[in-house]
Design a protein around this ligand. Structure first.
Ligand code: PLP
Ligand code: COI
Length: 379
């Protein structure tokens, strides 16, 4: 379903009783991940007849759901995750939100859902950040995590694409998915369950992929490991992802990340690190990496570091690996130099502490797309 050309203007209906500043500051002191939400949300409706319309910024709150809502039964839903950082001059910058907008469209296409125009996605994020700007943390490493999502709002039990959807953006302050000191994670390699198969939905950010991953993650925990690593569904040989993060393998000056075969999520952090690694003079490439390579190259020392990456957690070292038959350490099990260098380089661009050579940071609260009657969000 191609995007319509007329974009809705976001109508402002702000909360008359937002959370008091003192309470907000208490939350911002130690927000965790995904526990607290800001005062507002943006909602935009899509119907087959009218396209995208009725865009509003309203107080954060429950959405009415009919028991026969199609999403509850058949999971026609997609989401995104992106972060807004407070820079040194108080400016608010989102990291590569255009990429999230495009991936949101790609996920929607795969799930037979309407595509939200990129400009509307960005305008909705900006409207929410502008309204709830006081919620953007200023502590180092903290940020405002935006969670745009879309789901079928139509009711019915017939298995088919819905004709009505709601797009919503909510926001949650965070100090990171694995907050605190950098601690290498231990991983369990799932050989029983798979996350995604060729022709399936692994490259789409859709809820069912995450539901399908929970048993593998539970097995990892039962094995005393922090995270699950997914292998390809056909041969159970090629390494794909770690939990909800992409993986990188460091061979000295050469850095390899599993290639996008269609069953991996094309991570924006992954793409950014490929670029930054090349900027720093590493040879960064996309290729297939087998579990066997991982074990052998760890043993002979040629594989010096492994790390995972994603928006929520940033860059996280992988310290040890466990399978049903074997167990091994990566490098010396401690955060590696290349991992930490890439992690810092990315963090500094995001926080505004370093130059942004690729123009990845987008000013968020500057433009006014929202005032009633304004046409700024129209193309
Ligand atoms: N892989 C999966 C399955 C994810 O859910 C995510 C998170 O969005 C990632 C990888 C990392 O993607 P990104 O760097 O765009 O956050
Ligand atoms: C990410 O943003 O890195 C994620 O993996 C999101 C996750 C909480 C589903």
């Amino acid at each position: 379903m191609p995007p319509r050309m007329t974009l809705p203007v976001i109508e402002l209906k702000p909360d008359s009783r937002p959370i008091p500043a003192e309470q907000r500051e208490e939350v911002l002191a130690s927000p965790g991940f995904g526990h607290h939400f800001t005062d507002h949300m943006v909602t935009i409706t899509w119907t087959e007849d009218a396209g995208w319309h009725f865009a509003r910024l309203v107080p954060y709150g429950p959405l009415p759901i009919d028991p026969a809502n199609l999403t509850l039964h058949y999971s026609q839903t997609v989401f995104e995750g992106l972060k807004v950082f407070r820079g040194p001059d108080g400016n608010l910058g989102a990291f590569r939100p255009e990429e999230n907008a495009r991936r949101f469209q790609a996920s929607a296409r795969r799930m037979a859902m309407p595509e939200l125009p990129e400009k509307t996605f960005l305008a909705a994020c900006e409207a929410l950040v502008a309204q709830d700007r006081a919620w953007v943390p200023s502590r180092p490493g903290h940020s405002l995590y935006l969670r745009p999502f879309m789901f079928a709002t139509e009711s019915g039990l017939g298995v088919r694409a819905a004709r009505e959807f709601l797009f919503v953006v909510i926001a949650s302050p965070t100090d990171g998915y694995f907050a605190g000191e950098v601690r290498p994670v231990s991983v369990w390699v799932a050989e029983e369950y798979v996350r995604a198969a060729p022709g399936g939905t692994g490259a789409a950010k859709t809820g069912a992929n995450y539901a399908a991953s929970l048993m593998g993650q539970a097995q990892a925990a039962a094995q005393g490991c922090d995270q699950v690593v997914w292998l390809d569904a056909l041969e159970r040989r090629w390494v794909e992802e770690m939990g909800a993060m992409n993986l990188f393998f460091v061979y000295g000056e050469r850095i390899v990340t599993p290639e996008l075969t269609g069953s991996l999520l094309p991570g924006i952090t992954r793409a950014s690190l490929l670029t930054l690694a090349r900027d720093l003079g590493y040879k960064a490439e996309e290729a297939r990496v087998s579990l066997q390579d991982w074990r052998r190259d760890s043993a002979d020392g040629s594989l010096t570091e492994v790390f995972a990456c994603g928006t929520a957690a940033g860059v996280v070292p992988v310290g040890s690996v466990k399978t049903a038959l074997a167990q091994w350490t990566v490098g010396d099990g401690r955060p590696g130099e290349v991992t930490m260098r890439l992690r810092e380089t990315l963090r500094q661009i995001q926080s505004g502490a370093a130059a942004d050579p690729h123009g990845w940071m987008r000013e968020m609260a500057g433009a006014d797309h929202t005032a009633p009657g304004r046409q700024a969000a129209r193309s």
